[in-house]
Design a protein around this ligand. Structure first.
Ligand code: GTP
Ligand code: MG
Length: 1135
């Protein structure tokens, strides 16, 4: 089929935002998104209808085709004419469903107004289905539902139409349960605000069932709590039943029209009753309620499913050619004889269904009627986009608020401010750009050239000295430029060929225009994530003009605006790009020329009054890190350049350079890592890259002393050599003997750690408030941080390498050179330690107080009454000043300002002599929590209580005079940092230490047959199964398990191998879990010797992990290589 629409027609449609729909397809992995997209793409003639569903056109990368999963979201512009003859432009984005690529989903959702959510009718709602529904909800975009793969109900499960109906209603119910959860959560959180989706969009005017409304009012007491628009229901028209693979799909509306003519029942009545518990009374010809009760066949089964089932049975089950032909003729379809005679039943099915119930029109009709147009952006969503950095829309400057009508009206007028959001940067092969592509000749050009050639031929024939057989070249006549051009088959690229030094890939920004019209050559401001319109407007008023840096690299500190020029605009057409003259408000386009200005996402605007849109949130945390290096050392510059490109092209990747020069790549999971490495090798770096085995993070913690030993015997040995009060208390004195600090470490209860995790932004805000905002933490904070942590680690190991005994520690402290001390201080005060910025720019003190009270409550509830009393004297938290460890002040007589209350304006507080060294103790604590003594991984869930801190003035110190002490031992503040660090580490070591491992939550769908083998694979890897429920109406189970991240590599391959490809896991980071074994455990009691033997050579997982990390970091490992060696004998080979 030829292409039915030209890019010119599509770009003409862009000028009517009321006819533009920006939508994405969302679903769990493998539910058929790309297959559905194929059907839609085929409806525009981009691919042949015969190949739709087989080609997976939008999976354009070779690895996507090879692995059969989508890895990058890609967009295509489609045309659709509805039944009324109106023309629509649909910008469709196909997104990946694999959890590793969820960041691609976030980038797609931000640009859209609506989403097609797909659910596999057999598998039902899966983990990612919930995640994408939540994502759509939080972004305020409206979803419609497609229940896909209905053919599997017939062909795989062999369900009857009646049981299929039951099954489908259960799946629908599952989806609606998720929606109800989202609705109620939001409703309870914001009791006074209307729900974003329920009130938005053009079709909320449809009358809601009055009874449900009354009930909602009664139950919740809120007039606007009409949740009817939130749910999916076939009679509301927002649900479609489909099989994307066989190319069919229908909504209730389609059949209600047909049967209203046949039965003479009004269409509206049928629309309300075709789905649900209704049946047709054959005698009275009336529709009655209560089909289930009276054991009647529901209308949906009788009129719809039975017909669909009949086709499947005739074609695919019985392979009955006669019946097939009968069906074809009774449905009045024109199916080609070739298709009907095909031996492949799927070809026959596709041929029949694509005529009877074509998928693309059904989907696109639903999209244009139920999803909002680009022009009808709801006020609520616009406000939310604009007020990303401020606490509320009303607090924004007047100039910013004035932008709102441009958003909601979607004004593409020339005088409207131009606002564009870039959600990701896509690397495109330079040769693929339309300006560099060889363009096929148009018909007129071909005719013109033919004419020219004919003329030349005639002229040559007429020339007297023409010799037959001698071409003009042979005769020595050089061809003219024109002649040369005529000999070429295609038009040469218009601009000169790209210079050899140019990189192969160029970046095209994936963007949506929210207001105004963008044209090539236009200059726009690029607003960084921390851009504050109020500050910029003030600066503008003072200076008269905005001074913006030319590129990201030149950006001075404290400024967040650069200026860029739009080089080119493209229409996104799946694998191809088409040039555009202008992009008016409401459309999704590609923008060229932003590579130096935008790292991953950005807001572009023609005015600085526009705030930066909130950054894209992603549910996945990058957790798998590998060190990469080129196979040939000479390729290092290429690798470095390649990593930079990769970082820009992928929202979820983090690239850092460690102090040691190691390049580290942090990715969301194994599949993501593989794709990143492939990208590096084949595209960005173009050289062979070697990756280290994945580095998995650990945490260190302490626990209560155990009550039972390893053989479950009660530990009776009294630890009463010391008085109770002194147990675990560690006292350290500085080398100059001027200061002493005593610290005790106590484990924090899990729910306190949870509270600290949840309040990280608040804690960081509290800290920066107390210490004056350093303004640090710029776009490159991550990289700096990584460097800083590397350097910190080195300093740490130099400063206090395994402080086991007091003398050793003091020795190492004196060795801490002056230079190192200085570096340490610089490091701590520089951006590297910058905490995350407080969310709203200001600290909410009431929230701080609430957090303190909650902390106290949770500590008391866990029986930690001593700590609960100290809740008001929290000194700091760490590492990075917002982590899950606490430092408490229990120094008698030292009253600090509370962390939880605003600092007083006047400095009227009586300065305690200790206050001067306050920060030193905090720094020591930060260093200690950033790298624990087990294997220098961060600590988690540890409270340090400072029970004594004494600083004697230098004169009083018994040793040499002050000057001399400083000369030998360094400045006192540095010594206190080291002493606090050492005290914390040793207090930690005085408690039972444990290692914590990161856990993945693993979701697997398997059939009953493969269940056992799957359990054994998970068990072998130290995982535990939480629950394994049988899916209703099918033979498959969905199993949820926890698996340690460190044991999870190649789990997918192993599972696939063991279960013959039947199980594929989805792994998402879930939580940190403490390993119960003590990494230093050795058998001590009789029973333990008996059970474990003297060598205790049974596996100690904690020690194995700890030693692996220590070895990787170059730390000392306490391991004997050969123990109990035996003499080696060479066995004689006697045969
Ligand atoms: N039986 C059946 N199979 C289908 C149907 N739709 C898709 N499939 C198959 O399901 C598999 C996955 O389809 P895709 O379209 O790649 O799924 P996806 O949702 O795009 O997957 P990701 O992009 O990786 O998340 C393919 O093998 C399809 O052939 C359907 O309606 N019926
Ligand atoms: Mg896909």
């Amino acid at each position: 089929m030829p292409r039915t629409v030209t890019p010119a027609q599509l770009s003409a449609l862009q000028r009517h935002p009321e006819h533009v729909r920006n939508i994405c397809i969302l679903a769990h992995v493998d539910h058929g998104k790309t297959t559905l997209a194929d059907a839609l793409v085929a409806s525009n003639g981009v691919i042949s209808a015969r190949l739709a569903g087989r080609l997976r056109y939008l999976d354009s990368r070779p690895d996507e085709q090879r692995r059969g999963i989508t890895m990058k979201s890609s967009a295509i512009a489609l045309h659709h004419a509805d039944a009324a003859g109106a023309h629509h432009l649909i910008n469709l984005i196909d997104s990946p469903g694999h959890v590793d690529f969820s960041s691609e989903v976030s980038t797609a959702v931000r640009l859209c107004d609506g989403a097609i959510v797909l659910v596999d009718a057999v598998e039902g709602v899966c983990a990612q289905t919930k995640a994408v529904l939540r994502q759509a909800w939080t972004e305020g975009i409206r979803p419609v539902l497609v229940l896909n793969k209905i053919d599997r109900l017939v062909l795989e499960l062999g369900l009857t139409p009646l049981s299929a109906h039951l099954h489908l209603s259960q799946v629908l119910e599952q989806v609606n349960v998720v929606m109800a959860e989202l609705f109620t959560t939001e409703f309870l959180e914001r009791p006074s605000a209307p729900p974003p989706d329920a009130a938005a969009g053009p079709d909320t005017s449809e009358p809601a069932d009055p009874t449900t409304r009354d009930m909602a009012d009664w139950a919740t007491g809120l007039e606007d709590a009409d949740d009817s628009a939130v749910y999916f229901s076939p009679d509301a028209g927002n649900v479609l039943f489909a099989s994307a693979y066989d190319g069919w799909g229908f909504g209730i509306k389609h059949f209600s029209k047909i049967y209203s003519e046949k039965l003479g029942i009004r269409e509206e009545v049928l629309l309300k009753t075709l789905w649900g518990d209704y049946y047709l009374n054959a005698k009275t010809k009336r529709i009655m309620k209560g089909a289930q009760e009276k054991a009647k066949v529901p209308l949906f089964v009788q009129f719809i499913l039975q017909n669909v089932w009949a086709v499947y049975e005739a074609i695919a089950v019985r392979r009955d050619r006669e019946a097939t032909e009968k069906i074809v003729s009774s449905l009045r379809l024109t199916v080609s004889a070739r298709d009907l005679r095909s031996t492949d039943s799927r070809v026959q099915l596709q041929a029949v269904f694509s005529q009877w119930l074509p998928l693309a029109p059904a989907v696109l009709d639903m999209v244009v009627t139920h999803l909002p147009a680009a022009a009808s952006l709801s006020e609520e969503r616009a406000q939310r986009l604009l007020a990303a950095t401020a606490s509320s829309f009303d607090r924004l400057p007047a100039e910013t608020r004035a932008l709102l009508p441009h958003f909601t009206r979607c004004s593409g007028a020339d005088d409207a401010p131009c606002i564009v959001f870039v959600s990701k940067m896509v690397a495109v092969d330079r040769a693929e750009l339309p300006e560099n592509r060889t363009r096929p000749l148009t018909a007129e050009e071909m005719a013109r050239r033919r004419e020219e050639a004919r003329r030349r031929h005639a002229a040559r024939a007429a020339a007297p000295d023409n010799e037959p057989g001698a071409g003009s070249e042979a005769a020595g006549v050089p061809l003219s430029e024109q002649q040369m051009a005529a000999l070429r088959l295609a038009e040469p690229a218009t601009p000169s060929e790209p210079a050899a030094a140019d990189p192969r890939d160029v970046f095209v920004a994936f963007a949506r225009v929210f207001s105004g019209t963008v044209r090539p050559g236009q200059r726009l401001f690029v607003l960084g994530p921390k851009h504050d319109p109020a500050v910029a407007l003030r600066r503008l008023a003072a200076a008269g003009a905005v001074s913006a840096a030319a590129s990201l690299a030149e950006l001075p500190a404290g400024q967040h605006v650069t200026e860029c020029s739009v080089e080119s605009l493209y229409l996104l057409m799946g694998r191809a790009l088409e040039p555009l003259e202008a992009a008016p408000a409401g459309c999704v386009v590609g923008v060229g020329g932003l590579a130096d200005h935008v790292l991953k996402s950005a807001t572009l605007a023609s005015t600085v009054a526009c705030p930066a849109f909130s950054e894209l949130s992603s549910a996945v945390v990058p957790i798998v890190r590998v060190a990469v290096e080129p196979a040939r050392p000479a390729d290092l510059p290429r690798l470095v350049a390649g990593l930079r490109l990769l970082n820009q092209a992928d929202a979820c990747v983090r690239v850092t350079v460690q102090e040691s020069g190691e390049h580290v790549l942090v990715t969301a999971g194994e599949v993501h890592l593989q794709r990143c490495l492939d990208d590096l090798r084949e595209r960005f770096a173009g050289c062979e890259v070697v990756a280290s085995p994945p580095i998995v993070p650990f945490r260190e913690t302490i626990v209560e002393p155990p009550q039972l030993d390893m053989v479950n015997e009660a530990i009776e040995e009294a630890r009463a050599e010391q008085p109770e009060a002194a147990q675990g208390l560690v006292e350290v004195t500085t080398p100059s003997r001027q200061a002493t600090i005593a610290v005790r470490a106590v484990p924090l209860p899990p729910d306190v750690v949870e509270l600290l995790d949840a309040s990280a932004d608040l804690l960081a805000g509290l800290h920066s408030r107390r210490h004056g905002d350093s303004g640090g933490g710029d776009r490159h904070a991550d990289e700096e941080d990584e460097v800083a942590s590397g350097r910190r680690r080195r300093l740490l190991s130099e400063a206090a390498s395994e402080p086991q005994a007091g003398e050793e520690l003091e020795k190492s402290e004196t060795e801490l050179s002056e230079k190192n001390r200085l570096e340490l201080h610089q490091l701590l005060s520089a951006g590297g330690e910058a905490p995350p910025e407080p969310a709203a720019g200001t600290v909410s003190w009431s929230r701080a107080r609430r957090c303190r009270d909650e902390l106290r409550r949770r500590l008391a509830a866990a029986g930690r009454h001593q700590l609960a009393e100290l809740a008001d004297s929290v000194w700091s938290c760490g590492p990075r000043r917002c982590g899950p460890n606490l430092l408490f002040n229990a120094v008698p007589g030292y009253a600090r300002l509370s962390l939880w209350a605003p600092p007083p304006d006047s400095a009227a507080e009586p300065p305690s002599p200790l206050a001067a060294f306050d920060d030193c103790v905090v720094h020591g604590f930060q260093l200690a929590t950033a790298a624990g003594p087990l294997c220098e991984e961060p600590m988690r869930g540890v409270a340090f209580v400072v029970e004594a801190l004494a600083v004697r003035p230098a004169e009083a110190a018994e040793s040499a005079p002050a000057g001399a002490a400083a000369a030998v031992c360094g400045p006192l503040s540095g010594q206190i940092v080291s002493a606090a660090l050492a005290a914390c580490r040793r207090a930690f070591q005085a408690q039972p230490q444990r290692l914590m491992v990161a856990m993945y939550q693993c979701q697997v769908h398997v059939t009953g047959a493969a269940l056992g083998r799957m359990y054994s694979v998970i068990g072998r890897r130290g995982g535990r199964v939480l629950h394994g429920d049988m899916n209703e109406g099918s033979h498959s189970f969905s199993v949820t398990a926890y698996v340690p991240v460190v044991e999870s590599f190649s789990l997918a391959q192993e599972l696939r191998k063991e279960t013959s490809g039947l199980a594929a896991p989805q792994l998402v980071f879930s939580h940190w879990e403490t390993l119960e074994t003590d990494p230093f455990w050795v058998p001590t009691t009789e029973e333990e010797y008996l059970l474990f033997g003297q060598k205790a050579d049974t596996e100690n997982a904690a020690r194995r992990h700890m030693n692996a990390v220590r070895r990787r970091k170059g730390l000392a490992v306490d391991e004997k290589i050969v123990e109990f060696a035996e003499k080696q004998r060479t066995l004689a080979r006697k045969k």
